[in-house]
Design a protein around this ligand. Sequence first.
Ligand SMILES: Cc1cc2nc3c(=O)[nH]c(=O)nc-3n(C[C@H](O)[C@H](O)[C@H](O)COP(=O)(O)OP(=O)(O)OC[C@H]3O[C@@H](n4cnc5c(N)ncnc54)[C@H](O)[C@@H]3O)c2cc1C
Length: 410
Amino acid sequence: MHEQIEHYDVVILGAGAAGLFCAAIAGARGRRVLVLEKANKVGKKILMSGGGRCNFTNLVIEPENFVSGNPHFCKSALSRYTQWDFIALVERYRIDYEERAHGQLFCQNSAQDILTMLLQECDTAGVTISSRCEVKTIDTVADSICRFSVEFDQGRNTEKVNRSVVCQSLVVATGALSIPSLGGSGFGYDIAEQFSLALTERSAGLVPFMFSDATKLLCERLAGVALEVEVCCNDQSFTENILFTHRGVSGPVVLQISNYWCPGNTVAINLLPYLDANDWLLQSKRDQGHSLLRTVLAQKLPKALVAELQTLWWLNDAERKLTDYSDLRLTELADLVDSWLLKPSGTEGYRTAEVTLGGVDTGGISSRTMEARAHEGLFFIGEVLDVSGHLGGYNFQWAWSSGFCAGQYV
Ligand SMILES: Cc1cc2nc3c(=O)[nH]c(=O)nc-3n(C[C@H](O)[C@H](O)[C@H](O)COP(=O)(O)OP(=O)(O)OC[C@H]3O[C@@H](n4cnc5c(N)ncnc54)[C@H](O)[C@@H]3O)c2cc1C
């Protein structure tokens, strides 16, 4: 084992979306940049994102699309590097992309196009990227508050080289806890704590719900059924698809609301979001009074779901014609359809979560530069911060915007 000491202007920890983008911006300013990545490959989450097509941004980006202890923190970065800036870059590289529902932009071919673009930008800017680098310690260099020494082992387990780098600016872009197999790690939080920065509580976000009660069996029986619903929890609501699975419920609407759900909360599902269920059932009583309730509901909802709802809500009246129901009873049933209450026992956790909620408390970070207020030269960008986006390209836009801001100042 031998040791070398190198000097760089900027060391960036983590070659994910935020780290690579920040490196390219800083390198283009003429800074000597080294990116250290612990995994064998860079940008693993980019490659896995959006089902392999990377939902790289959204046509509509608003601060309301982000969850943070300080909802104002993201505004500055998002306005200084916008979705239009990133779209212009994508177009400059002639990457084919398409707009899907809710303004989401995806690569038409492969997420690899975005990673290749980022690596090309880094290459043009003269950035050095080293993978298989496990950072061990970070210290401030004696008598200076804005110089850091980074020690790390490089190489495969059998042939480790211990390297030391001294830099002026250190950027923590190590991401967060979600999906450990794709690089999820708590290392950024350890660094924050080392420098006495506060952390907010962390939990899995954009994640499916699980159940421990009878709903678990219902979900198992409905596994594979999907439909568009509105889901509400804690004064937030989303209208998109829900998907029943063997473990519980998933689909975009569930991932979205999971960002606002706390353990113990109930979620309310409106099964007919575009219809006044009460008016419709009363009208159906008049128009198709000889039909069964399940037959009428199956005109708008999947048959398998209606069968489960019948067991839950009107089993004793299952064979009665609609005309034999009182208006009051139909109104009660319409209320249930409008607001089916489910109480998840938990989420699937970091194993499948797309993001981590919470992180480095933004109170200690400049929203303009992403630099720690109390530690000149120490920057935090991307998901390690307490800023999490909705589903729909918002998390990548946060990586680009926060990476850009730090890249201007490192
Ligand atoms: C399956 C999946 C699909 C997703 N799809 C989308 C999508 O389509 N659109 C969207 O906007 N968002 C999506 N997201 C969220 C998005 O991927 C993340 O928010 C984004 O990647 C965060 O970027 P980051 O650079 O902060 O962190 P990351 O991309 O996680 O990068 C952090 C990097 O740091 C490295 N690292 C960790 N610890 C160390 C260490 N000690 N030393 C050196 N390196 C270290 C990791 O290996 C990793 O490469 C998805 C997430 C997942 C899990």
